[in-house]
Write a protein of this length. Structure first.
Length: 292
């Protein structure tokens, strides 16, 4: 029955996407034609409302077709009108579905920093663009070494995105490891953590610098899969035995809001030490959630 289940659920998810992308793009077109910035800003709740409705229907499909329990631990009073930076470990594409299941309508719509190539994903690429998801070049260190101006482009893109986010409730999502965890990547890095890759601090630093006091707090999210890292097919086939999620709210250290990560080496080292400390604590959380 697994192939039939996967096909059926995939078709329902695709239909839900089509039904929501069409009105989303209609509202986007109307927004683009409005004559004043005030009216364009007033249309933002309609756009986020459509996106949250899409996630909500996906979540109802989860409840109907999947038997995977999500064991949620949180020590935070969430705000639907807040301004959050959400930091999480990354193991699978399932992580995104889990985050939407846990947070939809409990915090503002999460915006992800996406690879520029993802704008070409059918329907979803247009939806992400309409919702002001920032698209980044994601250049490698070798590329930046050859062409330093590439780093400046990503910084500028971050600043442009964050300027828009100052005006609306937002949850800026960052998978700090920069890629999904695999044993091969873990071994290649020589990472000092059992369950995590090394964190990349630059993106977090740029968001804190651009948003400044506009962020209320950091939501530190740890996602663990006791049955092993699942694929989307595993989820659709209902083969994920359990998911554990821990959400911790952290205050933003004020000294991290005032510094030049790119050019001030002392500040960069301090920022990386803070991030490494957070990641050591997350690694311990992972071990606990996995029952080790």
């Amino acid at each position: 029955m697994a192939p039939l289940r996967v096909t059926l659920v995939s078709l329902l998810l695709a239909a839900n996407t089509v039904l929501h992308v069409v009105p989303l793009l209609v509202v986007t077109l109307v927004k683009a034609l409005l004559p004043s910035a005030r009216l364009r800003k007033a249309s933002n709740p309609l756009l986020t409302g459509v996106a949250e409705s899409w996630i909500g229907v996906n979540n109802r499909l989860w409840d109907r077709f999947f038997h995977t329990p999500i064991h949620l631990q949180e020590d935070v009073a969430l705000r639907a009108d807040g301004h959050y930076l959400v930091l999480a470990n990354h193991q699978s594409w399932v992580d995104i579905v889990v985050l939407q299941k846990v947070f939809n309508r409990r915090i503002p719509l999460m915006r992800f920093f996406l690879k520029r190539q993802l704008i070409w994903v059918p329907l979803l690429g247009l939806a992400w663009w309409a919702l002001d998801f920032p698209f980044m070049g994601r250049h490698t260190p070798k590329q930046i070494a050859r062409r330093p101006e590439l780093a400046g482009r990503d910084i500028a893109a971050t600043r442009r995105a964050c300027e828009k986010f100052r005006e609306i409730p937002v949850a800026i999502m960052n998978f700090v490891e920069g890629t999904r965890f695999t044993p091969t990547k873990h071994a290649a890095q020589g990472a000092p953590y059992r369950h995590l890759l090394k964190p990349k601090s630059g993106g977090v630093a740029f968001v804190l610098d651009a948003m400044g006091e506009g962020l209320h707090a950091i939501l530190d999210v740890t996602i663990a899969y006791p049955g092993g890292r699942p694929s989307m097919i595993d989820l659709l086939a209902d083969r994920v035995p359990a998911i554990h999620v821990h959400v911790r709210q952290r205050a933003i250290p004020q000294e991290l809001l005032h510094g030049d990560y790119q050019n001030d080496r002392a500040f960069r080292v301090h920022f990386q030490q803070w991030m490494n400390g957070l990641w050591r604590e997350k690694d311990a959380d992972m071990a606990r959630l996995l029952g080790e």
